[in-house]
Design a protein around this ligand. Structure first.
Ligand SMILES: *Cc1c(COP(=O)(O)O)cnc(C)c1O
Length: 388
């Protein structure tokens, strides 16, 4: 059994992929060819934003968004410690400081109440209000922005996060690397904050055959700035450089592949939903010791992962080995919260600082999830989980 099966999808779209790749080889505009613009138009319309800016990866999308917001040393950017390293890495790359905010125990996304506490703590420089990074002494930080993460495909609580951010005059970035295709109260993921960033890494809900990403925004000025940053800070043309930028372009070939994949993407999102419903139905009936994913009313997950909580670390290890015995692969996202990563040791966060994230990292595991899961395999998985 495969954790994510990309072969079935490829067999469905192979002709279209071949045709579109051939078309790029014929026109030869490998960099910023017409496919990039077409994809930006399509995905921007799907997400519901005025602008979409294709780029080289989800990480570059986050970096470009932070750069466009003018983030630098002395800035506090609030994000969660229960995410992929890229979310916080880009903050440090720009010399700003990640201020971690624990997640909600039900959604695994940023807890808005704790965000409020963290902003207050930074403003007052008061560690008794919320755990703060020490970074070898107490440098004063200025609250500048939030990166909320839509973990496993489920959007964070943007109504509350945006309103807290607005009250404090700071921006919000949606890390939608895992949630393209998700819905939030009649709106789509990637339209829920000042800027949204997604990833087309092959294993994401909409993946290409390499690296790729995209930024989304309704703000004309931010869009223009990100377009400039994407190509070395270009101004009038390539050899007029008005700011420091990066080489962050999306390849025409990857855009061509995404155009073919996007044709069946809405259908795939509903297939993922059906697969998730089958899991929830089959597992909840017989596995009292497991905590299944919960989706708040009004939201639809893109189901990048189907993640379950075991009772504790030992229980999780036993489940994983039993599943392995039945040829079922599992994965752990994420085994180490970011404040325990050596890369962030300089922030000097203590054990116990973010108890929900720490607890999740010991109990969480993900089972196979993709649009083409078959019911027999799902039954096998559910049976093993209900037996153990
Ligand atoms: C995958 C991912 C990224 C980074 O995307 P890349 O395309 O791999 O650079 C950022 N944030 C989250 C939450 C992710 O899952």
């Amino acid at each position: 059994m495969k954790f994510i099966d990309l072969e079935i999808q490829q067999s469905r779209i192979k002709q279209d992929v071949d045709r579109r790749i051939q078309s790029v080889l014929s026109h030869g505009q490998y960099i910023m060819g017409p496919e990039v613009r077409e994809l930006e138009r399509l995905l921007g319309a799907y997400a519901g934003t005025r602008h979409a800016v294709g780029c080289a990866s989800g990480t570059d999308a986050l970096l470009m968004a932070l750069m466009a917001c003018g983030v630098g040393p002395g800035d506090a950017i609030f994000t969660t410690p229960f995410t992929f390293i890229a979310t916080a890495e880009v903050i440090s790359l720009l010399g700003a400081t990640p201020v971690f905010v624990d997640v909600d125990a039900n959604t695994y996304n940023m807890d808005p109440a704790k965000l409020g506490d963290a902003i207050l703590a930074v403003k007052a420089g008061d560690l008794s209000l919320h755990p703060l990074p020490l970074q070898g002494g107490q440098k004063a930080l200025t609250p500048r922005g939030v990166i909320a993460v839509d973990l496993f495909g489920l959007s964070a609580d943007y109504d509350r996060i945006n309103s807290i951010a607005r009250e404090n005059g700071i921006f919000v970035i949606e890390d939608a690397a895992q949630s393209f295709g998700a819905e939030y109260n009649e709106r789509r993921s990637c339209s829920l904050a000042d800027v949204a960033c997604t990833s087309f890494f092959p294993a994401k809900p909409l993946g290409c055959y390499g690296d790729g990403g995209m930024c989304f925004t309704d703000d004309d000025e931010l869009a223009e700035t990100m377009q400039s940053i994407r190509v070395h800070g270009q101004g009038e043309d390539k050899y007029d450089n008005v700011r420091i930028g990066i080489n962050g372009r999306l390849d025409s070939l990857q855009a061509a592949i995404l155009l073919a994949k996007f044709e069946i993407f809405p259908e795939e999102i509903s297939l993922r939903q059906q697969a998730a419903d089958r899991y929830s139905h089959a597992i909840s009936a017989g596995a009292a010791d497991l905590t299944l994913p919960k989706v708040p009313l009004g939201l639809n997950s893109a189901w990048a992962q189907y993640s379950i909580l075991a009772k504790n670390k030992e229980h999780r290890a036993a489940i994983q080995s039993e599943l392995r015995r039945h040829d079922v692969p599992t994965a752990i996202y994420y085994p180490k919260p970011l404040h325990f990563q050596q890369a962030f040791a300089n922030l000097e966060y203590q054990k116990g600082a973010f108890p929900v994230s720490e607890n999740l990292s010991e109990r969480i595991f993900s089972i196979p999830m993709h649009p083409y899961l078959n019911e027999t395999d799902q039954k096998t998985i559910a049976e093993v989980l209900c037996r153990i």
